[in-house]
Design a protein around this ligand. Structure first.
Ligand code: G3P
Length: 215
């Protein structure tokens, strides 16, 4: 499974990239608002750090406006994936945009039916929000499993990009559920590093190393 970082924070992206584990980045208007920076400028900054797909989100609402906005955003950089919220207008825009070679990440997916429609319309990625599904009393991971099964059985090339991840266990469950990608918030990625037994083991090795002369 590929790992994307779900952030627009440059320091976190540099730290994740330095770890050598990042395959791409996803951003959205809320993440950008948190940074208080200009969207295009920040996406171009990110592209200098990570050589992989970078999702940048459209905010238009009609098909025509979405298409125009998607073309503008896609011109920023060759690694841009245009993120389009799941709506009927978004499906029509996705179909036209992808037929012209632009990659689309359909976001705000909450059901296998929506994922199937997005894939049929030509989406490169679908982003089911598992944390928000769980918050609403649904089983987010079951939605991931069903979407992954449907795409496999129907031989659809669209990739499942699990989003709205809240903890390290979600990452494991996404991988086991057949997700192609997990987009992970920085705090969760950095928590994945930690294990108390690793810390304890290092302390023990360091204490024992004091008992002989280092090479
Ligand atoms: O990638 C989508 C993600 O940013 C939403 O996460 O935690 O706001 O549901 P959350």
């Amino acid at each position: 499974m590929k790992i994307f970082l779900d952030t627009a924070n440059i320091e976190d992206i540099k730290r994740g990239a330095a770890m050598g584990v990042l395959d791409g980045i996803t951003t959205n208007p809320s993440l950008l608002a948190k940074e208080g920076v200009e969207y295009k400028e920040r996406v171009l900054e990110i592209a200098k750090i990570v050589d992989g797909p970078i999702s940048a989100e459209c905010i238009s609402e009609t098909t025509e406006e979405l298409i125009a906005e998607a073309f503008r955003i896609a011109e920023w950089h060759e690694n841009i994936v245009v993120k389009i919220p799941f709506t009927e207008a978004g499906l029509a825009a996705t179909n036209q945009i992808t037929s012209e070679g632009i990659k689309v990440n359909t976001t705000l997916i909450f059901s296998p039916n929506q994922a199937l429609l997005a894939a049929k319309a030509g989406s490169t990625y679908v982003s089911p929000f598992i944390g928000r599904l769980n918050d609403a009393g649904h089983d987010g991971m079951e939605v991931i499993r069903e979407i992954a099964d449907i795409f496999n059985q129907s031989e659809l090339e669209t990739e499942v990009l699990t989003a709205s991840i809240r903890n390290p266990r979600d990452v494991i469950d996404a991988a086991l559920s057949g997700s192609h990608i997990a987009t992970i918030p920085p705090n969760v990625l950095f928590n994945m590093i930690n294990h108390p037994l690793t810390d304890k083991g290092i302390d023990l090795f360091l204490a024992d190393a004091k008992k002989y002369s280092p090479v």
